[in-house]
Design a protein around this ligand. Structure first.
Ligand code: WAQ
Ligand code: MG
Ligand code: MG
Length: 254
C-alpha cells in the first residue's frame, strides 16, 4: 500500500473560491513517510517565492499497490540558449520534431505566454489543430498520484549530471507520467516560480531542457499537454488525475 499525499496552496482563500495559486505538489509514498512528507509540504507552501499562502489543503489517501503502474523517466538533454527568445524558438522546433504541428506548437506557446497568472494545472491542446481539448478553463488538469520509484537513485543520477534540484526531480516524474499517457504527443512547460527560468519539452524524443523559457522574476508559468487528434480526452484526464504511477530510470544510461 502507498499514500497519495497532495498539497495545494493559495492566497486570498481556497482555489475554489478564487484564491491565487501559490504552490502544489503530489507524491506517492510508503505509509511510514506520509506524515513527515505532509509537514514538509506545508512548510514549502508557507515559504514559497510566489507569495504568502493563506490557504493550504493537504490530502492523504491510500493507494493499492496493485493499482500502481511504472513509467520510464525520459532521458535528459540540455540545450544551451542565450535568452528567452532563442529558447522559445528552440522549444517550438523540438515540439514540431516530436509530432506537434507548427500551428499547434505556436498556439501552445502563445497560450502560456498570454496567461494573466499561473493556472493550478495544465491545458490539453490538440497536437494538430492547437484547439483546447479539456474543459477545465482557468484551473486546468492537475496530474497527481505519482512519484519516483526509487527517489535516492534518481537524486544520485541527477547529482552526477549537476541537476539535483526539486524543480528537475518533480518535473521529470511528472513528464514520465504524462508522456506515458494515452494519446499524449508532447508536453511544454516552464516554471511559475519567479526565480526559475528553465523549461522543457518532453516527448518520445526525451526530456529536452532549455535554460531560458521565461524572463527572470516573472511569476507566470504553465504546462501544455499536446494530445493526438481523436484521442479520448476523458480517458486521458482520468489517467492524469487518478492513475497511480511510479517513474523508473529504465531509460537512463549511466
Ligand atoms: N499537473 C498539471 N500541471 C501542473 C502540475 C501538475 N501536477 N504542477 C505544475 N503544473 C503547471 C501549473 O500550471 C504551474 O503553474 C506550472 O505547471 C509550473 O509549475 O529541467 O517548476 O511546479 O530545469 O512551477 C521545469 C524545468 C520546472 C525543470 C517546472 O514547474 C528543469 C516547474 P512548476
Ligand atoms: Mg511544481
Ligand atoms: Mg511553481
Amino acid at each position: 500500500m502507498y499514500y497519495s499525499v497532495r498539497m495545494r496552496a493559495a492566497q486570498g482563500g481556497d482555489h475554489a473560491a478564487g484564491g491565487r495559486h501559490i504552490s502544489g505538489a503530489e507524491r506517492l509514498v510508503p505509509p511510514g513517510e506520509a506524515a513527515a512528507l505532509a509537514g514538509e509540504l506545508v512548510e514549502r507552501a508557507l515559504g514559497h517565492s510566489r507569495g504568502r499562502a493563506d490557504f493550504i489543503n493537504i490530502t492523504v489517501e491510500t493507494v493499492a499497490a496493485q493499482a500502481v503502474r511504472l513509467a520510464p523517466i525520459p532521458a535528459v538533454k540540455t540545450v544551451a540558449v542565450a535568452d528567452v527568445a532563442a529558447g522559445r524558438v528552440a522549444a517550438l522546433e523540438e515540439l514540431v520534431r516530436a509530432g506537434v504541428s507548427t500551428a499547434a506548437a505556436q498556439a501552445g506557446m502563445g497560450a502560456l505566454a498570454a496567461l494573466p497568472d499561473s493556472m493550478r494545472g495544465a491545458m490539453i491542446l490538440c497536437a494538430a489543430s492547437g484547439s483546447r481539448l479539456d474543459g477545465n478553463g482557468a484551473r486546468g488538469v492537475r496530474v497527481s498520484r505519482m512519484d519516483a520509484a526509487d527517489g535516492p537513485a534518481l537524486l544520485a543520477a541527477l547529482r552526477r549530471r549537476g541537476l539535483a534540484n526539486d524543480h528537475v526531480r518533480e518535473a521529470l516524474v511528472l513528464a514520465a507520467k504524462v508522456a506515458a499517457g494515452p494519446g499524449v504527443t508532447a508536453e511544454l512547460c516552464w516554471s511559475d516560480d519567479p526565480e526559475y527560468t528553465a523549461g522543457y519539452v518532453a516527448s518520445r524524443l526525451g526530456y529536452c531542457r532549455f535554460a531560458h523559457l521565461k524572463e527572470y522574476g516573472c511569476p507566470v508559468g504553465g504546462r501544455v499537454f499536446f494530445a493526438a487528434p481523436g484521442c479520448d480526452v476523458a480517458a486521458l484526464v482520468d489517467y492524469l488525475e487518478r492513475q497511480p504511477v511510479l517513474a523508473t530510470l529504465a531509460d537512463w544510461e549511466e
